[in-house]
Design a protein. Structure first.
Length: 221
């Protein structure tokens, strides 16, 4: 019989799959949108990878510990994205950074692909599959921590027509036509707001708690 310590290690294929997931997500984000997704996804992915490798080194975290905050995080994330969709988050980011984040790509990733990943991850956590733990950590770090950037975006001067308060439609730097790009720069609008700001805290609370819960469970073991 194989020693328990070895059987409880994270399988090498899971680590490889996690690294590949981050790399592919960064590449796809750069190809489709631009540099900002690379920074956000890459940064969140590296932190999530470290968190996962450390907290899962003695085996999967108890389902009762990790699954509830994960489900709450993705549920509140979907509620948060309702505000982002209504207020044009993708096009607003396009104007802010001169990238091609269209409404179509926003819906494709977050409204269609995202829920598939969330559902499969929940099943993986229930079945104690190690790779699902990485995805959960990635979600905790992304919506759990990175959503604070919504409170910084209103302070950043847009790369496209920063002094024009009107919603515009035009080509961005890579030649993609982006429609309905709103300007949320506080220096132009006089209002402290960016798409998704009001509900940004919703996924942050269970996300941060999820990080705390898995670290606490790991330390207790």
């Amino acid at each position: 019989m194989q020693p328990i310590a070895l059987r409880q290690n994270i399988p090498a294929w899971s680590i490889g799959a996690a690294v590949a997931f981050v790399a592919v997500a960064m590449w796809a984000g750069y190809r489709a949108i631009g540099l900002p997704p690379v920074i956000i996804v890459g940064g969140s992915g590296v932190v999530a990878l470290v968190l996962w490798l450390w907290t899962f080194r003695h085996g999967p975290i108890d389902t009762a510990v990790i699954l509830p905050p994960f489900l709450f995080t993705v549920a509140f994330l979907e509620a948060h994205m309702i505000e982002e969709y209504v207020t044009g988050f993708g096009p607003a980011m396009s104007r802010l950074f001169d990238i091609s984040w269209t409404e179509r790509s926003f819906l494709l990733v977050f409204a269609f692909i995202g829920p598939i990943i969330y559902s499969l991850t929940a099943l993986g956590l229930y079945w104690r599959i190690p790779l699902a733990g990485f995805v959960a950590c990635f979600i905790f770090v992304g919506p759990g921590v990175a959503e604070f950037t919504h409170f910084i975006f209103p302070l950043i001067k847009p790369a496209i027509l920063p002094d024009d308060p009107r919603t515009i439609t035009q080509m961005v730097s890579n030649g993609t036509l982006v429609e309905n790009m709103r300007n949320y720069f506080i220096g132009t609008t006089g209002q402290y707001y960016f798409s998704g700001l009001y509900t940004a805290v919703l996924p942050m609370v269970p996300g941060i708690y999820g990080i705390y819960a898995v670290i606490r469970a790991s330390r207790r073991r």
